[in-house]
Design a protein around this ligand. Structure first.
Ligand SMILES: [Fe+2]
Length: 287
């Protein structure tokens, strides 16, 4: 039958189907729907009604395709970024947790969907620039030398460079809003961060938000050069750094999420495979 033949063609699976028939019996409608027909209209029908139905179906089908492409795109980025994180000896769960922590905070702030999406890409890609950092530095167990830190800090600018390159070939400029987040996620509220030493509200809000959750996650995960803090100690540390490393407003929002139990819940759901230890080693290595 025509329906099945079209479905077999390349691209046929996405073609929306509307059955137009004189028969309105329930069994026919049911048979059509069980085949996967998108809509079913019975005669007599006005041309206006027919056009509206077709237009609606096409629009819906485009929306679905766009959503599917977006999630495939996102997954590709997560896997790519996860590969970089694996080089850095901790799993892609770090990215997933960052994503969840930052979404929780953005929801608390009442940010709209488009802003949430940019933040999500920022969270996924924040350390993409580590692709260009020497493996021996990423995996070094001893504290980094001044020279090595200089090299490590380059990952923000290199990450922004990668995103700019992608953006030049992307007519939708899909990743453009994530660029400032990637570039400025290590800036500090008091101006002591990098790459530009921006201060306070000069730093984009999204980057100020991500800085909090990135540090929290770094403190609660084992790294090559130190073991993790327990969550409560990491939480205290975040509060202590309000107004210095972090935007006090963002710390406030993080405290709200913590008090609602959202942070702990995300930690539990996306636990690393390694055992957590409650030791404090090198706090300086986190920034
Ligand atoms: Fe980073």
């Amino acid at each position: 039958m025509l329906y099945e033949a079209v479905r077999e063609l390349p691209g046929g699976k996405e073609t929306p189907f509307v059955f137009l028939t004189a028969r309105g019996a329930r069994e026919d409608v049911f048979a059509g729907k069980s085949l996967g027909v998108d809509d079913y209209i019975t005669k007599p029908i006005s041309s206006h009604e027919l056009l509206t139905t077709v237009r609606t179906r096409l629009r819906r089908s485009n929306e679905l395709m766009f959503e599917q492409m977006k999630s495939a795109y996102k997954l590709t980025l997560v896997m790519l970024a996860g590969g970089i994180e694996a080089r850095d000896q901790y799993t892609y769960k770090h990215i997933m947790r960052l994503n969840e922590y930052s979404s929780a905070m953005a929801q608390e702030l009442g940010w709209p969907e488009t802003r949430l999406e940019a933040l999500e890409f920022g969270a996924i890609l924040h350390d993409i620039g580590k692709l260009d950092i020497n493996r021996s530095i990423l995996e070094k167990k001893e504290p980094l030398t001044a020279e090595e830190w200089k090299e490590m800090r380059r990952h923000t600018e290199y990450g922004a460079f990668v995103l700019k390159k992608i953006d030049q070939h992307d007519p939708l400029h899909y990743l453009a809003p994530a660029l400032p987040i990637v570039l400025y996620h290590h800036e500090a509220w008091d101006g002591s961060g990098y790459p530009e030493g921006l201060k306070g509200e000069e730093i984009p809000e999204e980057a100020r938000l991500l800085a909090v959750v990135d540090s929290f996650d770094a403190m609660t995960s084992d790294r090559p050069y130190r073991l993790s803090l327990g969550p409560s100690r990491a939480f205290e540390e975040i509060k202590n750094r309000a107004g210095a490393q972090f935007d006090p407003k963002m710390v406030e929002v993080f405290i709200h999420c913590w008090e609602q139990g959202r942070i702990k819940k995300i930690m539990d759901e996306l636990k690393d495979d390694v055992e957590e230890k409650d030791d404090l080693m090198d706090l300086k290595g986190m920034h």
